[in-house]
Design a binder for this molecule. Structure first.
Ligand code: SF4
Length: 486
């Protein structure tokens, strides 16, 4: 049987699969089907757009235009040719935490439906969309009823089952011409949390993947040429199976690894006994520019209480101090080695004007304490099916307060983000391992590979997909102005 995996990209609180990241969904499905003896082809929504919308023509970006990110992440395959011989099309789709992506745009259900409606093969929908997708308002079952998809399948497998085929998934890299950051899963579910908006506890009970199996998967991708890794698919890296040994083993077995970083961290684990040891190991074995992504969500105790949030404001502050203590030092690529990042969510239950004041108060305290936050993600809450939030008010507070959000966000950006960026990267800092990625008019935008990398704008057009060195010259909102260094 010929299966084709169509990757429309995925973004969840605990896992990223938007290029340059390669998510777990297509890799696991690829490995499973291969192991069953099928032919498997991997294409992306970009391949489909290139065929259906752009008639297979990729043109140079004219001087006054932007690089077309709708067709940036094509594979080595021709979508039309592949789909002519495909028996079953598996569509991987679902964005739970929509972000801004520099060089990719995830496909939505609506978009992909329009492109595949007239194709004759069996069609299966999978990915986070199975649990609802925010861009489509959790309308998976409606779409299914309309008959576009023959089945909606959750391909989740236990870690034992995965052991049989996750390593085969590394072969998928043979079909992808560009570099990818491989998002590695270390655990599922959440050990402590019941946060009102989160689907993680609904999707899975807390379960860790065995350290040895994580190392084997990293090695398998490394042997297929991957050099960029994020141990990012979990609710709390500190709660992984033997995290210090895990990092040591990866370093030992993959000596030429260029990026090794983590993602989600529960601030309570950082301040718990043993947390400082894990922090030190992360600083030692991971690559610089690393971030502990803390899901603080709110510094207002009333919001924390009403939404069953995991971290009390005081605990968050303590954890921010500890990560700074060990990780603030600058690493070889010019970035501080390991810093905290926080999320703030607008629209949670019991949010009021005071909530913003409390958020600002804590952020000011971080500034005056001389601490660093590598990033502050601010997003409006997504009400996902079957969550506590959906059952206890849904969008009530979002609708009540949304008139303030622009002002609140702007205040954080102006008063905190801007001076923070200057603290993290003073003018004159040299950043290495920077990749040129896209043009916007006469500016080239670049980033380091890794977790939430800063975007750097450089005047002039530099050939794309090259590794360069950059001197920090100035700042734009949440990004850097740089110049190339020989
Ligand atoms: S701590 Fe809260 S937000 Fe984080 S995974 Fe657990 S339930 Fe979800």
């Amino acid at each position: 049987m010929h299966y084709t995996i169509l990757d429309c990209y995925t973004d969840e609180a605990s896992g990223l699969g938007v290029p340059p990241y390669l998510g777990t969904y297509p890799r696991y499905i690829y490995g499973k089907l291969k192991q069953e003896g099928h032919d498997v082809t991997y294409i992306t929504i970009d391949d489909l757009r290139l065929w259906k919308v752009y008639h297979k023509k990729k043109k140079e970006t004219p001087e006054h235009e932007k690089t077309n990110i709708l067709i940036y992440n094509t594979t080595k395959n021709d979508a039309e040719e592949v789909l002519q011989t495909t028996d079953v099309l598996i569509v991987v789709l679902g964005v739970h935490v929509p972000g801004k992506y520099l060089t990719a745009l995830p496909g939505t259900l609506r978009e992909v439906t329009a492109h595949i409606r007239d194709l004759p093969m069996k069609k299966i929908l999978t990915g986070p969309a199975v649990f609802g997708t925010q861009l489509e308002g959790g309308k998976v079952s409606e779409t299914f009823k309309e008959g576009i998809f023959d089945e909606v399948i959750d391909y989740s497998a236990s870690f034992e089952e995965l052991n049989e085929y996750a390593l085969i998934g590394a072969e998928i890299l043979d079909q992808i011409p560009d570099k990818r950051v491989i998002e590695i899963e270390t655990g599922r579910g959440c050990k402590v949390g019941k946060c009102s908006f989160c689907t993680e506890p609904i999707k899975s009970k807390f379960i860790n993947r065995k350290m040895e199996d994580v190392v084997k998967e990293v090695q398998s991708f490394y042997n297929h040429g991957a050099r960029f890794f994020r141990l990012g698919k979990q609710a709390d890296f500190y709660a992984s199976d033997r995290p210090i040994e895990l990092l040591k083993q990866i370093r030992k077995n993959c000596p030429k690894i260029e990026v090794l970083q983590i993602d989600n961290v529960n601030p309570n684990s950082v301040i718990a006994p043993g947390g400082e040891e894990i922090t030190k190991a992360i600083v030692e074995y991971c690559t610089a520019g690393n971030i502990a992504a803390f899901g603080v969500e709110s510094f207002d105790p009333e919001v924390v209480r009403a939404n069953l949030l995991n971290t009390a404001p005081l605990m968050a502050m303590k954890a921010i101090c500890i990560i700074n203590k060990y990780g603030a030092e600058r690493g070889g690529n010019g970035m501080p080695k390991f810093l905290p990042g926080i999320n703030i969510i607008f629209g949670l239950l019991n949010e009021s004007k005071e909530t913003h004041q409390k958020n600002m108060g804590s952020l000011q305290q971080i500034m005056t304490g001389g601490l660093m936050l590598r990033r502050i993600n601010i997003r409006q809450v997504a009400v996902l099916p079957n969550t506590f939030l959906e059952k206890h008010g849904g969008q009530k507070y979002f609708h009540k307060n949304k008139k303030y959000y622009w002002k609140w966000r702007n205040e954080i950006r102006q008063k905190i983000d801007n001076p923070m960026l200057e603290r993290i990267l003073p003018k004159g800092t040299i950043l290495s391992e920077v990749w040129t990625e896209m043009y916007d008019g006469k500016t080239t935008f670049c980033r380091q590979m890794g977790t939430y990398p800063l975007v750097i704008g450089i005047k002039g057009r530099i050939p794309l997909k090259q590794k360069i060195k950059v001197r920090v010259m100035g700042y734009m909102l949440r990004s850097i102005v740089g110049e190339t260094v020989e």
